[in-house]
Write a new protein. Structure first.
Length: 275
């Protein structure tokens, strides 16, 4: 049986060209060298000021450009070990993310920026593109149950590398770039990963403040505020209730009450507007 450690990536798909395309596509509209976002990328990434047609057009672009890469490492092609807990996945991070971690290691042979850029591309693919491609309940099951597991494992495994591409210094000073290395931590149902998100953000805040970039300080503050919003249901319930339906989990009475008024982070629910 295929395991992550025995899996071979299709080089016609997973290669430097894909990673460059992911970078260019995702960051299109961002001012070169910028440390913070602008209205154009905020609209694209977060739907700010976008019509439903605008959002659907961007989803279509994501699907047309990258769904083939996601399908090539879907659960049938790239089966993960049975899920026990996020803590277990973090412990087994190098094994779960093995072929993708190897991509980062291979890129590191060319330089620290190449490693960071490869990691960002893979993180965007698994943590962001998925959320634009798979929006219905069956798709969200893939996001939460498969691709998020890969993304979280890849970030944790990369944090153990030396040098560590998550903390590539020029990108720490550009939070608009580096935020996509931290979002898999935010999206996890793993409190220590959220604590790590906060610690890495605070460290970056000190660095951009020392560099005199107040716009970057404010950018980090905004992302931390969003992280704190994510922590509310997670610390209360130990999981995100808005994911229960997609993952086949029964709501507790308390979760059901929360779902009537609580934050679902942009994901459609049966009665209201998850992540």
């Amino acid at each position: 049986a295929t395991t992550p450690s025995s899996f071979t990536l299709d080089r016609n798909i997973f290669n430097g060209t894909l990673y460059t395309r992911l970078h260019d596509f995702w960051y299109a509209g961002l001012t070169p060298g910028a440390s913070v976002s602008n209205a154009e990328v905020d609209a694209k990434w977060w739907g700010i000021g976008q019509s439903q047609a605008d959002k659907e057009a961007f989803d279509k672009e994501c699907r047309g450009n990258f769904v083939h890469a996601l399908q090539a490492v879907g659960p049938d092609e790239y089966p993960l070990p049975p899920f026990h807990s996020a803590a277990q996945d973090v412990e087994d991070a190098a094994a779960i993310s093995h072929p993708f971690l190897q991509e980062v290691k291979d890129a590191a042979n060319k330089g620290e920026q190449e490693a960071a850029d490869t990691l960002i591309a893979l993180s965007v693919l698994f943590d962001q593109i998925t959320r634009n491609v798979f929006r219905d309940e069956a798709g969200l099951r893939l996001v939460y149950g498969h691709y998020d597991r890969i993304a979280l494992a890849l970030i944790h495994a990369s944090l153990r590398l030396s040098p560590n591409p998550v903390n590539y210094p020029p990108y720490v000073l550009r939070p608009v770039i580096r935020q996509y290395l931290l979002l898999p931590l935010m999206h996890s149902e793993h409190i220590p990963s959220h604590d790590l998100y906060m610690a890495l953000s605070e460290s970056a805040r000190k660095e951009v403040e020392a560099a005199g970039d107040q716009d970057a300080v404010h950018h980090i503050a905004r992302t931390v505020a969003f992280e704190e919003m994510h922590q509310v249901p997670l610390r209360k319930f130990g999981r995100y209730p808005h994911r229960n339906a997609a993952l086949g989990r029964a709501n507790t009475d308390e979760e059901a009450e929360y779902m009537r008024t609580g934050e679902t982070f942009g994901v459609q629910q049966s009665a209201k507007d998850e992540e």
